[in-house]
Structures are given as structure tokens and as C-alpha cells.
Design a protein around this ligand. Structure first.
Ligand code: AHR
Length: 499
């Protein structure tokens, strides 16, 4: 196969918002307990934070981390997770049929964020609760002092406000599985009033309204329109959730799930703009893909709920194989190429629960296959996303028709001139000769790194003893003058760093 690409420094889609490369920590399964937090673990620090997980988190490099849920959020009382640990109530978590000890809460998470070098993305419970708790919680987090809730935070040892800027108004409120799900009308109103009072408490915050919990929801589209039509003036973002599946064990259809994400983003932006148009408004609601990943294997009733009310049981512990890493890489390319509307993204989740990092409670931590495309993006994706002209062969799929073999994105930092190119060859049979014309980027371009993820076995997985899937150098790549050429192996994820 052959593919040619023109990348011109002057043809820019948008500046890349680095919050596109975020992740998610929910109180569920072993994400918090046994994941980021495990007092007594041989690597735990004085706060109980696992330092092996911390090191892998830093290597993964997420920019923003969503917390505390997820479905858990819709029954969560934030007050339970602050103050002296010995006074914190133990409660039933209806979302995951677990027992929540509340040993870990807002302040612990904020300390963890600082150590990990990430920004927080918080969410307020609009399932069982509403505007009153949300305004008090925000006052607790962001008000400097001199009021009941800000002084309560200070009394808990946090003199400085947390200054949390990015807030989600609830989670998946359209889903019947949600604790106190809502109709679009009910949710739109509660989001409007909650958003209003939250911005009165702190006008510097940004707010995300819940979009549909997936593109296949029967209310998809109508939900977005009605919700935004109601809370348009209060919110800045609308959320999307997209989990890609390979139920039919058909790699071509699995690859086509990436196209479904592409359509999803385009459609939600169009709906948001239709709401703006109906008001003759120039305001543009941006998109936050605040949950996305591959998730379909760990989806049995046993993965979603364990008998009884166990504490931190193993849930949704998806074991990722090589094809999952390719699909995750493809989704990242789509996200980058939508940088004009998509301003935040959270890979769900960070550790153990559909996570790029796996741990054994009391044991080691390791990288799943999907870790690598994410780390490649967080490490090298800085600057502006270029609008590429791509010529590539295509292949046929049942769900999305003909789709391109090559998916690619280029990000260039105008300050340093550094360019990162991501390229996914979706042919499972053929290698691809890639030829990229790098225009308007000056003389003396040099290839500083070329790596590939490739394996003949799409189903191979990483284990704690053997991380088979990891990037290796692609020796075929060269940059001569303004031309990058490389051979992309069949079914491969490729990264080129040029300076
Ligand atoms: O990420 C796992 C779950 O998926 C989240 O709790 C929920 O929001 C979504 O359905």
C-alpha cells in the first residue's frame, strides 16, 4: 500500500488543548482502593499513595483527571469524604453495589493530583442531589475563607483554596442505570440552576453539561438539543461518552468504531451549533469526551456487580490486547483532528477499572497495551494541529462503508518547530509506504525518534511479568529535506518526532 500526506505549517485546524489527554479516577472497583491508594502497600507513601502507580501515571502523562465518578457520583455525598478519617461514614454505593469507606475523598484526591502533576476535573452529584450541595461543595473547594464551608476546608488542613476550574454537572443523567436518572427536561433545568449558582460562587469555573451516555441511546440528539436549549447560557461544554467494542471479533468492524467516534463528535458539535443558531448566538459550546476507551470484554454481570456489598471488589478489569491498543491509537488521532471543538478528553479510567495501568493489590503494577499510544500523545502532542491532505487506500466495513487504511494526525509547536506525527496503518495484511511532504517548516528538519507498536498476534496481551507490547524503533523512517518517508508495518501504530 502507498499513502501520501501534505502537512503545511500554515494550515492549522486549531491549537491543541492539552486537556484532550486526560484520564479518569472513579470510586469503583479497584481504581481508588488498590489502585492509586493502598496504605500498607510496599510502595505506599505517608498518604497511602502507591508510588509504583504514581510513577506509571507520570509516565503516562495525563493532563487532567476526572473525579469522583462516573455512576458512583450520582449517589455521592461529598461531605462524607472530608475531615478526620475516623469520622467518615461507611455507606452503600448503589451504582456498583459496593461498600464505600470514604477513606479517600476530595482533599486526598487534590493532594494526589499535585503529586502526579495533573489538573483536577470535578463533578457534582445531580442524581440524588442538586444546586444546594453543589454550591456548598464549590464554596468548600474554591472560596478563600471566612465562610462556613471555606473555613471547614481550612479546619481540615487546607488553608489555600483548591481553585478547581473544570466541573461536570452530573454524570450520564440520561441512563436508566443512573441513580435518579432524569429526562432531558428535568436534567436541563437542574443543570441550568446548578450552573447558575455555581458561577455565582466562582465565575472563573468552566462547566460541562451531560450529553448522551452513548451515541446509541434512543434519546441521542434530542437529549443534547433539549439540554443545551435549557442551559445554554450557563455551560461551556457538552460531554460525550464513547466505548468501543469488538463483540463480533472482526477487526475491520472494530476499526470502524473509530469512525463512529468521528461522526459522534461532528454530530454533537452540529447540534450545539443548531442551539446557538436558534438564538442567533455566536457562543460556541465546546465538547468534552469525558469518558472513552475500548470496553466490552469485562462487561458480564459479574464484572459490573459482585455479590453482597464488598469493599473495592475487582470490577471492569478489562485485559487489553494489541488490537485494543491500535483502536485506542486511532481514537486519539480522531480526537486530535477535532481539536477545534474537542477541548477535553478523559480515557476511562486510569488504573485497574478499564485502565491502562493494572495492579495486584499488595503486588506489582504494570502497563497494559493501551498505555503506549496515550503516552505517545501526552509526551509529544504540543502546539497546533495541522490540517492534512491525505491520499490513502480504503477498505470496506459493514457499519461505516469504505474507510481509510491510514489514519494520521500531525501536531506542530510553532514556538519550537517540533512536529509529532501519529500514523495508524489499519491494513491487517499489507505494509504501507508512507510519504509526507512537510511544508513551510524551514530547512534542517531532523527525525529525532520513530517508533512503532506492532505484533503479528492481534490478541496478545501484556502481563505483570511480560510487557510484550511496547514501542520499538522503526528503522525504516528517514527525513530528507522536507520529506518524511517510512514503512508502516501492517496493523501498526507509528509515531515520528521531527525537530
Ligand atoms: O467508566 C465506567 C462507567 O461507564 C462510568 O461509571 C459511567 O459513567 C459509564 O457508564
Amino acid at each position: 500500500l502507498k499513502a501520501t500526506v501534505i502537512a503545511d505549517a500554515d494550515f492549522v485546524i486549531s491549537k491543541l488543548d492539552r486537556r484532550l489527554f486526560g484520564t479518569f479516577v472513579e470510586h469503583m472497583g479497584r481504581c481508588v482502593y488498590g489502585g492509586i491508594y493502598e496504605p500498607g502497600h510496599p510502595t505506599a507513601d505517608a498518604n497511602g499513595f502507591r508510588q509504583d502507580v504514581m510513577a506509571l501515571t507520570r509516565e503516562l502523562g495525563p493532563t487532567i483527571v476526572r473525579y469522583p465518578g462516573g455512576n458512583f457520583l450520582s449517589g455521592y455525598d461529598w461531605e462524607d469524604g472530608v475531615g478526620p478519617k475516623e469520622n467518615r461514614p461507611i455507606k452503600l454505593d448503589l451504582a456498583w453495589h459496593s461498600t464505600e469507606t470514604n477513606e479517600f475523598g476530595t482533599n486526598e484526591f487534590m493532594v494526589w493530583c499535585k503529586e502526579a502533576g495533573v489538573q483536577p476535573m470535578f463533578a457534582v452529584n445531580l442524581g440524588t442531589r442538586g444546586p444546594d450541595e453543589a454550591r456548598h461543595f464549590l464554596e468548600y473547594c474554591n472560596h478563600p475563607g471566612g465562610t462556613y464551608y471555606s473555613d471547614l476546608r481550612i479546619s481540615h488542613g487546607f488553608t489555600e483554596p483548591h481553585n478547581i476550574k473544570f466541573w461536570c454537572l452530573g454524570n450520564e443523567m440520561d441512563g436508566p442505570w443512573q441513580t435518579c436518572a432524569k429526562t432531558a427536561h428535568e436534567y436541563g433545568r437542574i443543570a441550568q440552576e446548578t450552573g447558575k449558582v455555581m458561577k455565582w460562587v466562582d465565575p472563573s469555573i468552566e462547566l460541562t453539561a451531560c450529553g448522551s451516555s452513548q451515541r446509541l441511546m434512543p434519546t441521542y440528539g434530542k437529549w443534547e438539543y433539549e439540554v443545551l436549549d435549557t442551559c445554554f447560557d450557563q455551560v461551556d461544554y457538552i460531554s460525550l461518552h464513547h466505548y468501543m467494542r469488538n463483540d463480533g471479533n472482526d477487526i475491520k468492524e472494530f476499526f470502524a468504531e473509530i469512525e463512529a467516534l468521528d461522526y459522534f463528535i461532528t454530530e454533537v458539535a452540529a447540534i450545539a451549533d443548531a442551539v446557538a443558531a436558534s438564538r442567533r448566538s455566536t457562543k460556541r459550546i465546546m465538547l468534552s469526551l469525558d469518558e472513552w476507551n475500548v470496553w466490552y470484554k469485562a462487561h458480564t454481570p459479574d464484572d459490573l456487580k459482585k455479590p453482597g456489598w464488598p469493599k473495592a471488589p475487582p470490577l471492569l478489569e478489562e485485559i487489553y490486547n494489541f488490537e485494543d491498543a491500535l483502536v485506542v491509537g486511532g481514537a486519539l488521532i480522531v480526537m486530535i483532528n477535532h481539536a477545534d471543538r474537542l477541548k477535553a478528553g478523559c480515557l476511562a479510567q486510569l488504573v485497574n477499572v478499564i485502565g491502562p495501568i493494572m495492579t495486584e493489590t499488595g503486588g506489582p503494577a504494570w502497563r497494559q497495551t493501551i498505555f503506549h499510544p496515550i503516552a505517545d500523545c501526552t509526551r509529544l502532542g504540543h502546539g497546533e494541529v495541522l490540517r492534512l491532505k491525505v491520499d490513502t487506500t480504503t477498505f470496506e466495513t459493514k457499519s461505516q462503508g469504505d474507510i481509510p487504511h491510514l489514519l494520521t494526525a500531525a501536531v506542530r509547536d510553532p514556538q519550537t518547530g517540533h512536529v509529532a506525527i501519529y500514523a495508524l496503518n489499519r491494513s491487517t495484511e499489507d505494509a504501507m509506504e508512507l510519504d509526507i511532504d512537510l511544508r513551510g517548516m524551514g530547512a534542517g528538519l531532523a527525525l529525532v525518534a520513530a517508533t512503532e507498536l506492532h505484533h503479528a498476534d492481534l490478541k496478545i496481551v501484556n502481563t505483570k511479568d511480560n510487557e510484550v507490547i511496547k514501542p520499538v524503533p522503526n528503522g525504516s523512517a528517514t527525513v530528507k529535506g522536507s520529506r518524511l518517508t517510512a514503512q508502516l508495518k501492517p496493523q501498526s501504530w507509528n509515531v515520528f518526532a521531527i525537530e
